[in-house]
Design a protein around this ligand. Structure first.
Ligand SMILES: Cc1ncc(COP(=O)(O)O)c(C=O)c1O
Length: 376
């Protein structure tokens, strides 16, 4: 993949001090501004789970309407970094203490969770998370479209609507859904259409009319194709589609994670060894999937660029498997990718800004942690 000039310069400076993460905050700022422009008609909340790094949150803050958090820890973290930010709190297993966290919107995941919330007696503004039985073909991760622990089927929603009657402190504001991740704009728009239709049916019509259910959060899940690093989710088409879907008086909200921050992150490593074993070439780099678990978690090749800063015997324009320092065959960044690489070269893994450092098992084997650097 192509290494932007600024990242290359920083990689050359850091060559003796790797592994390290480099976050290109200027690139994130420009990308988030583009997304904001494309989605002018809807609210955008950033899904903090993708990357809660404070510098990224501060960079995103001017471009988003709020932040989606999935634990009391994430809520406290965002409060500390951005005290005035609006929070939406989702997630399938909230403790009583988490249900008590004051937030703009609480995403209710089950009738039992709602009963606990009502019994606690505190005011809360809620969206009911619906899991519709709609096809999610082509998704890299499915959180809905069938039996999963996320959200409720229409029966669960009906139970919630019944529980909400006869009390006033837990206020239903609408519906939430996050049915799948890794979908392109047309598929995501199809899902959004199904969710909005359900919300209109159950929130603003018939016996539930007047519940104030005019808000629909259709989730995140915008595709990030790791095999095609230059391709971007079609935010313009998505924004136009959502604008066409929204009826006057309705609030539509999205909560992307990966597609906002994946591209601004780089994990830089240095080649320790190039070896041939039973005919296969391995490049062993400093660090490993305990810092960047994404390729192991998703089973893909992490896209990378090689900076020829090394020398000695290596591989020339041939298939190379790039591995880390861990004593496990799962510590693989990329398999049999044709490249030229020598000991001492810098390997820069791209698309490492989302579900990367924070989803990784940092302490396994007790190697040093990477440095963190920010390009502004
Ligand atoms: C409820 C919810 N919202 C938003 C997201 C963000 O998804 P993505 O990072 O694919 O955009 C997730 C991811 O798992 C999620 O579970």
């Amino acid at each position: 993949m192509i290494l932007p000039g600024r990242v290359r310069e920083r990689a050359e400076e850091l060559a003796g001090d790797l592994p390290a993460y480099v976050y290109d905050l200027a690139a994130l700022d420009a990308h988030a501004a583009d997304v904001r422009r494309a989605l002018a008609d809807v609210e955008v909340y950033y899904a903090v789970k993708a990357n809660p790094d404070p510098a990224l949150l501060r960079t995103l803050a001017p471009h988003v309407d709020g932040f989606e958090v999935s634990s009391g820890g994430e809520a406290a973290h965002v409060r500390e970094v951005l005290p005035g930010a609006r929070l939406a709190f989702g997630g399938p297993g909230k403790t009583d203490a988490e249900l008590a966290v004051p937030v703009h919107r609480l995403h209710v995941e089950s009738p039992g969770e709602l009963r606990r919330l009502i019994a606690a007696g505190r005011p809360a503004d809620v969206l009911l998370r619906v899991n519709l039985d709609v096809p999610v073909d082509g998704a890299s991760l499915a959180m809905g479209g069938g039996a999963t622990p996320f959200g409720m089927d229409p029966g669960g929603i009906a139970e919630c609507l019944a529980s909400l009657r006869g009390q006033g402190h837990v206020r239903p504001r609408g519906f939430h859904a996050h049915l799948a991740s890794g979908l392109h704009a047309p598929e995501l728009l199809r899902l959004a259409g199904a969710v909005v239709e359900f919300a209109r049916e159950h929130g603003t019509h018939g016996e539930h009319r007047g519940h104030g259910a005019r808000e629909v959060n259709v989730g995140g899940g915008m595709a990030v194709p790791y095999r095609r690093p230059d391709e971007r989710f079609d935010w313009d088409a998505y924004g136009k589609g959502l604008a066409a879907l929204r009826a006057p008086g309705e609030t539509l909200r999205v909560e992307p994670g990966r597609a906002l921050t994946a591209y601004c992150g780089w994990y830089l490593t240095r080649v320790l060894d190039v070896k041939r074993v039973h005919g296969e070439v391995f490049a062993v780099v400093t660090g490993g999937t305990h810092h960047l678990r994404t390729p192991a978690a998703k089973g893909h090749d992490q896209p990378f660029a090689v900076l020829p800063t090394g020398n000695g015997r290596g591989a020339d324009d041939e298939p190379v498997t790039v591995v880390g320092q861990l004593c496990t065959p799962k510590d693989v960044f990329a398999r049999r990718v044709v490249t030229t690489v020598r000991p001492g070269d810098v390997v820069a893994f791209g698309m490492a800004g989302a579900y990367a450092w924070t989803i990784s098992h940092h302490d396994f084997l007790m190697h040093p942690r990477p440095g963190f650097h920010y390009l502004t």
